[in-house]
Design a protein around this ligand. Structure first.
Ligand SMILES: Cc1ncc(COP(=O)(O)O)c(C=O)c1O
Length: 372
């Protein structure tokens, strides 16, 4: 008989937990051969060199608590994005900001809306509050904004738009989002999740489209929260630092709900240093754009359907049991994400790695494709 089933809250009882990818090596003595991790959309070049230097310096002061308000980092972000300081809230990764927004705005009886096959943390953050997540069907592997508008009701408080979307890599252009934001009713906050912003900007320039005018909405007083993170282009996923930019009053409510001292001093120092590390950002984004092309062609040549990406990963339909496919690739030493739990049992998500990693992935995929 379970001891705690009747004691824990209803959301805790009913929620499903996050399915993590293969854990990265933590212990130096670990003798496992190194797995090529192309399963979590991390930066294949590692952390920004400037961030590493800042982290080393910050280590000596880790006996004191961090600045709970992340004052210096918030100031720098406010200047960087030309927004008032009160509109910036730094959190332990942008997923923590998602959790804060949900805890601040949702409760049982209320709901949030997003698309099916989007970032899994939306469901977790919403369900943890006892609220419901309404997921609308996709249109051509991307968000169907009309369907989302239609799904909004009087109990809706949040709409999540992952732009680009994880796992499909599709993007909504600035005109589409402008129109959407103008049409969303006043009782709903639109969360524009731009975790892959820098990658999307590069792809948009190549494709001669305008990607995002998200920060303009803040100046216009719209009920929009923009999410950004240091986990992707800056290569600091393991440190957990991200932020939200939104209406000052809402950010202040969210700040009340924060865990105390949740962003470490090392993370704050690293983020400050990484923000302007243009060498690292430029190298990462250029590699990603070039390798997306090579990897996309290579996987298409194997007969797989690859959706054009605006992010640092490819959504690829391998036309059969993707979990078995991913398992075989893993046997070759490469980890990719099978998307069965996203409702796409024949698809995998492949993070774009270094040229060497991508070649190994393609060679392994050829082997796996040839064997099946
Ligand atoms: C759409 C989207 N938003 C947010 C995140 C999470 O970022 P963070 O590491 O800042 O919590 C991810 C990470 O995969 C993502 O795909």
């Amino acid at each position: 008989m379970s001891r705690f089933f009747d004691l824990v809250s209803k959301p805790a009882r009913e929620m499903s937990s996050y399915l993590p990818t293969a854990p990265a090596r933590q212990a130096p003595a670990d003798t496992q051969p190194r797995l090529i991790k192309l399963d979590s959309n991390e930066n294949p070049f590692g952390p920004s060199a400037r961030a590493l230097e800042a982290m080393r310096s910050a280590l000596a002061a880790t006996h004191t608590y961090p600045d709970d308000d992340c004052t210096e980092l918030r100031r720098r972000l406010a200047t960087h994005h030309s927004v008032p300081l009160e509109q910036v809230l730094v959190t332990a990764g942008s997923t923590a900001m998602l959790g804060l927004l949900c805890h601040t705005m949702l409760a049982s009886g209320l709901n949030a809306v997003t698309s099916e096959r989007s970032f899994v943390v939306y469901a977790m953050a919403v369900h943890a509050t006892g609220a419901q997540l309404i997921e609308t069907p996709m249109r051509e592997d991307g968000f169907d904004l009309d369907a989302i508008l239609n799904a909004i009701n009087e109990d809706t408080r949040i709409v999540f738009l992952a732009n680009p979307n994880n796992p499909t890599g599709t993007v909504l252009d600035a005109d589409a989002v402008d129109k959407f934001v103008a049409e969303v009713p006043g009782h709903v906050v639109v969360v524009l999740d731009e975790a892959y912003y820098e990658f999307a900007v590069r792809f948009a320039a190549q494709r001669k489209v305008e990607y995002s005018r998200s920060l303009d909405y803040l100046g216009q007083g719209a009920s929009v929260v923009v999410l950004r993170t240091f986990s992707k282009v800056h290569g600091l996923a393991g440190l957990r630092v991200g932020y939200g930019l939104g209406p000052a009053e809402l950010m202040a409510y969210c700040a009340r709900m924060r865990d105390t001292y949740s962003v470490s001093s090392v993370a704050q120092a690293a983020a400050l240093a990484a923000l302007d590390d243009q060498n690292h950002i430029g190298r990462t984004v250029s590699n990603n754009a070039a390798q997306a092309q090579i990897l996309g062609v290579g996987l298409s040549e194997l007969g797989y359907r690859v959706v054009p990406t605006a992010a640092n990963f490819l959504y690829c339909d391998v036309g059969k049991d993707a979990s078995a496919f991913a398992g075989r690739l893993r046997g070759e030493g490469v980890s990719v994400r099978a998307l069965g739990v996203w409702g796409a049992p024949s698809c995998v998500r492949v993070s774009i790695g270094t040229p060497e990693q991508n070649q190994i992935l393609l060679n392994s995929a050829r082997k796996v494709a040839g064997a099946s």
